[in-house]
Design a protein around this ligand. Structure first.
Ligand code: SAH
Length: 393
């Protein structure tokens, strides 16, 4: 095979990171010689030590800080439709063991052994999100594999994540097969509308499934504030299980319109308010309004490492404001989907926010994303979602 090799020089201790089994190899860990620089972005390569030892098959991008993402433990593994069918078949079997309905994240990148590839499944519709040049080059093989294992009616490409720029990729949305449309998500026994073409990310956030169910388990007969509601993932389920009042807050008018539509389809009532959540929480506090359950699931406040301090402060402020509008004896949740803040730091910021309000709080649930978002054991970065639930006095 004429496949090129990327060489891992020995580090100061004679070891390189790939020894540890991490699927990422950084650009400063490899020998970035002319031969490496000449490789097309995303080219499939072998990774070898200076002594010729095999570290596996991966793909390479000299433009990216994460220069190599490993796909297999052996060198010279063929990366083709059969390879993807095997990996995606394994991912599918896991979801089929977990869920009785075909609504889930089918592929969660490194967690499913496919770095750079995210696929959400909505019945016979799939939304595919490619994050790296290496996966972009494999698109035909990926689609062929999906045809083989699932024969979906619709395949929609949501290749519009801003992070693609780090890989030198452009942003685009495209329907590969069928008609990408408005669909219905069936989750936790509720039905939600979603817009796969215009919605955020892949159109729906499956990661909060279990946390939505937990919040709903507390919600019967209660008033619920769903802050940063997007299309009402938390709020509609709460309304469905019998919350007496549900208010959804979001800055996105299209997202709130879908939330209202889903409420109508589900035969429940919600109040959707377009606002800045921070301003609205200040207003509610000034007006002395409280809710039995306050759920705050904001966008990532720590988008990159340099945002850590301001982002951490924003989580602290959010926890303080959420506590301010939580009724005595109520519950609140603060979530973070930032990769770049560690769970301990996030919990510490929330604790400090609560302390400022002077409310006694008991941490009753610490959770991440659902089981359809598997984490690579040697890549803790892939566990990005953190949700903390507190019971307040
Ligand atoms: N809780 C949602 C997902 C939230 S995603 C679910 O279960 O599906 C974060 C949401 O916050 C997005 O819908 C975005 O429009 C909204 N948002 C971002 N900044 C905001 C702000 N300052 N005020 C109100 N909403 C905001």
């Amino acid at each position: 095979m004429s496949r090129k090799s990327i060489i891992l020089p020995k580090g100061p201790k004679g070891r390189s990171k790939a020894h540890s089994g991490s699927p990422w190899i950084f650009s400063n860990e490899i020998r970035m010689d002319e031969a490496a620089k000449a490789l097309a972005p995303g080219a499939v390569i072998n990774v070898r030590g200076e002594d010729g030892r095999s570290f596996g098959t991966g793909y390479f991008n000299s433009k990216s800080l994460i220069a190599v993402r490993l796909l297999a433990d052996e060198c010279d593994v063929a990366i083709d439709a059969d390879f993807f069918a095997a990996r995606l078949g394994r991912a599918l079997a896991l979801r089929e063991a977990l869920y009785d309905k075909p609504f889930y994240r089918l592929c969660h990148a490194e967690g499913d052994g496919l770095p750079g590839l995210v696929i959400d499944r909505f019945g016979d519709t799939l939304t595919v999100q490619i994050g790296t040049a290496g996966m972009e080059r494999q698109l035909d093989a990926i689609v062929a594999a999906l045809e083989k294992i699932l024969k979906p009616k619709t395949i929609m490409l949501r290749n519009d994540a801003p992070s693609r720029a780090l890989e030198g990729l452009d942003a685009y949305v495209k329907t590969l097969k069928g008609e990408a449309t408005r669909i219905t998500v069936d989750e936790n026994g509720a039905r939600y509308n979603a817009d796969l073409a215009e919605g955020q990310k892949t159109g729906w956030y499956y990661d909060q499934r279990d946390n939505r169910a937990f919040a709903a388990s507390l919600a019967k007969g209660k008033s619920v504030l769903d802050a940063f509601s997007y299309t009402g993932g938390f709020g509609i389920l709460a309304a469905k299980v019998g919350a007496k009042e549900v208010v959804c807050l979001d800055s996105s008018a299209p997202a709130l319109a879908i939330a209202e539509e889903s409420a109508r389809t589900s035969g429940v009532t919600i109040k959707a308010v377009r606002c800045d959540v921070f301003e609205e929480l200040e207003r509610l506090k000034a007006a002395g309004e409280t809710f039995d359950i306050v759920l705050a699931d904001p966008p990532p406040f720590v988008k990159s490492k340099k945002d850590l301090e301001p982002g951490a402060k924003a989580y602290r402020k959010l926890a303080r404001l959420a506590a301010d509008v939580t009724a005595p004896g109520g519950f609140m949740m603060v979530a973070s989907c930032s990769h770049n803040i560690a769970p301990e730091r996030f919990a510490q910021e929330c604790a400090q926010g609560l302390q400022r309000v002077g409310r006694r709080a008991a941490l009753i649930r610490q959770a991440g994303a659902g089981a359809d978002h598997p984490v690579h054991p040697l890549l803790p970065e892939s566990a990005y979602l953190k949700a903390l639930f507190y019971a307040l006095d």
